[in-house]
Design a protein around this ligand. Structure first.
Ligand code: SF4
Length: 434
């Protein structure tokens, strides 16, 4: 089990501390148990929110966890990383009564933490094994959800991942104060206990795909996005520049435990905010976010923006990096220019931003390398094209879900995709083996 480094543990304490038991019951009793609950409709995995909350109120925490897991096998990590303000809690009827919405995310975490603390196991949906073998490529949330659903139904599943640890962005890419790596791995252990064969440190190339196509009934592609975009400006390849996902993975695996000096993060999405907040917590003297557009058009959620300001992150709007200046191996300045609403440079507005570390967080390239036309899987601008009802690709042997399909949405969306594909594969496998 991956252990949290003491410095990381100290500096990345929970953003939303867990409920104490009494407070959880009080909060659960506020829920109106709405009929046709809008919170459930707003959840991409359609967790029966009033059902699991009611079970917390009655003290049945195992039943509550089962209600969550029935819809979302990654209910523990989703309880910590979901943007609940724009999903379930955003839809809560309490808003209409000028009351605080029910704290669904924290209640879900309360039930799932109790379930894990008691050594809970994932329930099986079939008592016997079924004919059918599926390979899931990538061990991120979409693949894990697909693998768990199939294994719960008795199918044979193998998960392949290039990393040494499973979980994809849940383990390597989510800010530690939201989801520590050990919490992600604990959840995945339960999926492995269903009998899923987990194979890490495994690269999938064209030869391997051919082998998998021969050996397995179906393949699920949950491979995420490709490489992070680099800074395409003079000096943008300086070794002192570390992309945001690599930076987050480095501190989550304790390869980085402190940051000195001035940090400039380029970009204003949720990953940029996570990286900037992490740099603050790791001791950076000053952390700035440089973004070419305005606060109104940033892709980060508003609550993430507010959080970053509280952490001490400084924002430079309508500023475009144009050059990296360095003295040998040491970064010195990120040269920027102000731009107008049309992103045109404003004459005479150049300025130098002193920096010791630059972290680009400007999105990931679409997936290109793994799939080529020979596989018969259609791509559109680097994203896998699927049938929305089943998750099946143009090649009926392949299903897909998660970021490689949607371009990078929430963990809960990836879980919903993985489950959808698993259910479609189940129907096909059952029909083929009657
Ligand atoms: Fe409870 Fe709010 Fe969901 Fe209604 S909408 S069931 S009050 S959490």
């Amino acid at each position: 089990m991956h252990e949290q480094h003491p410095i990381v543990a100290q500096r990345f304490q929970d953003l939303h501390p867990p409920f104490q038991a009494q407070a959880a019951v009080i909060e659960a009793n506020r829920c109106l148990n709405c009929f046709d609950a809008p919170c459930t409709a707003a959840c991409p995995t359609h967790i029966d929110v009033p059902k699991f909350i009611k079970k917390i109120a009655s003290g049945n925490l195992t039943g509550s966890a089962h209600a969550i897991l029935d819809a979302n096998v990654l209910g523990a990590s989703c309880s910590r990383v979901c943007p609940v303000a724009v999903l379930c809690e955003g839809a809560c009827v309490m808003h209409g009564y000028n009351e605080q919405p029910i704290e669904i995310g924290r209640l879900q975490r309360f039930a799932m933490d109790a379930f894990h603390a008691r050594g809970g196991k994932l329930p099986r949906k079939s008592s016997s094994s079924q004919a059918g073998k599926v390979a899931c490529i990538g061990a991120g949330p979409a693949s894990l959800a697909c693998a768990a659903e199939l294994a719960q139904r008795g199918f044979s599943v193998t998960v392949f991942d290039r990393n040494l640890l499973p979980g994809g962005l849940n383990t390597y890419g989510v800010a530690e104060y939201k989801l520590p790596a050990h919490a992600s791995l604990r959840e995945i252990e339960l999926i492995a206990e269903l009998g899923v064969d987990m194979r890490y440190d495994t690269e999938i190339d064209a030869e391997m795909l051919e082998y998998l196509e021969r050996e397995y009934d179906f393949l699920f592609l949950g491979v995420g996005l490709g490489a992070t975009h680099t800074l395409a400006i003079p000096g943008g390849d300086h070794p002192g520049i570390l992309d945001a996902l690599a930076f987050i993975a480095a501190y989550k695996t304790a390869k980085i435990t402190s940051v000195n000096g001035r940090v400039v993060v380029v970009g204003a999405g949720n990953t940029a905010i996570d990286a900037a907040n992490a740099a603050c917590r790791l001791g950076a003297e000053q952390v700035s976010i440089v973004y070419r557009r305005t606060a109104a058009t940033m892709s980060a959620f508003a609550f993430e923006y507010e959080h970053a300001k509280q952490e001490g992150v400084h924002f430079l709007w309508q500023s475009l990096p144009v050059r990296v200046l360095a003295d040998g191996g040491l970064l010195e300045f990120l040269q920027c220019v102000r731009v107008n609403d049309a992103l045109e440079p404003v004459a005479g507005s150049e300025f130098d931003l002193a920096c010791d570390l630059i972290i680009p967080a400007i999105g990931q390239s679409p997936l290109l390398e793994l799939l080529d036309s020979a596989r018969g899987v259609t791509l559109d601008r680097g994203r896998v094209v699927i049938d929305r009802k089943t998750g099946q690709t143009a090649n009926p042997k392949y299903f897909a879900g998660g970021d490689c399909v949607n371009g990078g949405r929430e963990v809960v969306d990836a879980v919903a995709d993985g489950k959808r594909a698993a259910l479609a594969m189940t129907s096909r496998l059952e029909a083929a083996h009657v």
